[in-house]
Design a binder for this molecule. Sequence first.
Ligand SMILES: *Cc1c(COP(=O)(O)O)cnc(C)c1O
Length: 431
Amino acid sequence: MNYYSTSKQSPLVDFRQATIDGQAPDKGLYFPEKIPVADEELITASESLTDEEIAFRVIRPYVGTTIPEDKLRAIVREAINFPIPIVPVNDSISSLELFHGPTLAFKDVGARFMSRCLGHFVTYDSKKVTVLVATSGDTGGAVAHGFYGVEGVDVVILYPSGKVSDVQEKQLTTLGNNIRALEIDGTFDDCQLMVKQAFSDETVSGKRFLTSANSINVARWLPQQIYYFLAWKQWPDKSNPPVVSVPSGNFGNICAGLLARQSGLPLAHMIAACNANDVVPKYMSTREFTAKPAVATLSNAMDVGNPSNFIRILELFRHYFPELEKSLTAVSITDQETRATIKKVFKQYQYVLDPHGAIGYLALQRYMEKNGVDKGLFLETAHPLKFPEALDDVTQTGIELPEYVREILTRKKQSISMKPEYPLLRDYLLS
Ligand SMILES: *Cc1c(COP(=O)(O)O)cnc(C)c1O
């Protein structure tokens, strides 16, 4: 399998090179040259396969020969070693719970998969790599945990001081070893800008091999297809494939779902459930893509004003709007509706939604009503207690943080404070 750049100005590369590069040299995103047809048994006999076997068969064609089979099996085993259950909320709507990993959000699978691929590629190369990443919260924790202890890879995470939640901060700052956290006295945009400057600074890249770990990296993006295949395995009525609603911010996860669907997975329709950051819903109704500065919402992991993976969705549909429109609906939900949904679903069904999942739920419910659909699935992307400020007192009682998260909260934060000035980051990276 080869990958081309969506900007079409870079040479084709294999999975190994695409993983090491992150972004293509022409600043485009890597995209698979052909969409493989999913293995027949993944569709017709998935109940008889183990989760690990499903994950392996889904990802194998994308990795090609760049990782030997036994090594790739070990990587997927580690990437999905926690449950991903479908839990019915009521008779017509079910939740695919993706938050049972170490940092309580779905990004764990992609971060763990990518870290182990990169670890494999660098031992093979005997070259050291530094993963540099800016986070507004969730990405940092998943990357820190995913890369923790991976040999040959150092991780430097920049996060805005005072702007991430307590749990999120502890997840980035308490691991130590090969993971270092820079606490920036500024905003997420400042962090992002500093990281971008480092990537284009030859005095740094000449000394260290730098790569990024956000969802533009193919090794983080592609394994997300596994969720949808595992959902299919558990889907009770195979003659009536689900409509799937995906809480979306940077559009990596839903794009992986659409890719799985194009390779043959029976999903009736996809819904991109967005918060007030509505660039894609606007695009779907006007066909004009206008990036905007992100606005802050309750579902902050989706506060993205210029979703980078949307270009991959257009590529998947060969920029042909009528086909895209048949497969994808995009919806924008307000904070007020999000809070009301969390309350209502708890009251009626005793199911606790997090604000991201609540947006997925409401977008799905509206679509089902409008289109006379009787069964649907939404992705619950985070544990509700990761975002306690969205829950009221009633909803909060009776749920508990898992033991390993409570343990993390007792650890001591270790971070290096830094002003939002690029030369300080450069000196740090060069020292
Ligand atoms: C990252 C994240 C999202 C958005 O996923 P994208 O792939 O960026 O669209 C949704 N929910 C949670 C909890 C997240 O952490």
